[in-house]
Design a protein around this ligand. Structure first.
Ligand code: GLN
Length: 264
């Protein structure tokens, strides 16, 4: 009798230890791309700090299209996520330094970035636009940027666009900011003449807040957003992301998420 008790005690202990082991592996997660049969692997997900309607904090909680999408994908595909909000410019370096497994940050799919990361299928059509203060009637197209001060956000396609236009049209100065709200402020205060931002982001901001800004001219390009993982290292995870995204499109949940934030 006693022997049986000891044996079952030992077996119970082994089960507890085994469970702890699994847990640790999951927390260190990332590399293994868990099979999804026991709660799954936890992936760290880098996201922009302030980028409504894609990611923003409200009542101590992260919300937005990107946040809802990555949570829904994780649920479909049986993995866990841990969000790491950071300045946009730090996201690709953090992926390269293995501090992140995934990035979803209104990140445009570009050829330059494809040298460092692999992108999911596109999930949103954006595109850049010029933005000026409400009372500015001098600037309506890129030709008008001659001699002007342009505010941009570090590491973005907007910043690349300004660099590209600098000599072409004779931009006087480019000012870099780490986050979109500081960039908006610079133009609203009259310290810079114009900024370059993704159309859906600035349109949402103008609609929901009194920023004193307006968009001008046509969209400067046809940027599309993708979810990124480190290049060549995470194919299994990328496949899950694409498969999750497709399931959300098929079920209508993708549209529901978009409409939650962008319903006209
Ligand atoms: N879509 C732009 C880019 O990829 C801006 C992204 C952002 O500011 N979060 O560079």
């Amino acid at each position: 009798m006693k022997k049986i008790k000891i044996v079952s005690f030992l077996m119970a202990m082994m089960l507890v230890l085994a469970a702890c082991g699994t847990n640790n592996a999951a927390n260190n997660g990332g590399e293994e791309g868990g099979s999804g049969d026991d709660g799954g692997t936890t992936y760290t997900v880098g996201t922009d700090t302030t980028y409504p309607p894609f990611e923003f904090e409200e009542g101590g909680e992260y919300k937005g299209i990107d946040i809802d999408l990555i949570n829904a994908i994780a649920e479909e595909e049986g993995f866990e996520i841990e969000l790491k909000p950071m300045d946009f410019g730090g996201i690709i370096p953090a992926l390269q330094a293995d501090q992140l497994d995934v990035a979803i940050a209104g990140m445009s799919i570009t050829d330059d970035r494809k040298e460092k990361v692999d992108f999911s299928d596109p999930y949103f059509d954006a595109g850049l636009t010029l933005v000026v203060s409400e009372d500015n009637n001098d600037i309506t197209s890129i030709e008008d940027l001659e001699g002007k001060t342009v505010a941009v956000k570090n590491g973005t396609t907007g910043a690349d666009k300004a660099e590209e236009l600098k000599d072409e049209v004779g931009i006087a100065e480019i000012r870099q900011f780490n986050d979109s709200p500081s960039m908006f402020q610079e133009v609203a205060n009259g310290n810079a003449d114009v900024l370059i931002e993704d159309y859906p982001v600035i349109a949402y901001q103008i609609k929901t807040k009194d920023l004193g800004l307006k968009t001008v001219g046509d969209r400067l390009n046809g940027d599309q957003y993708g979810i990124a993982v480190l290049k060549g290292e995470n194919q299994e995870l990328l496949e899950k992301i694409n498969s999750g995204l497709q399931k959300l499109r098929d079920s209508g949940e993708y549209d529901e998420i978009i409409n939650t934030y962008l319903e006209e």
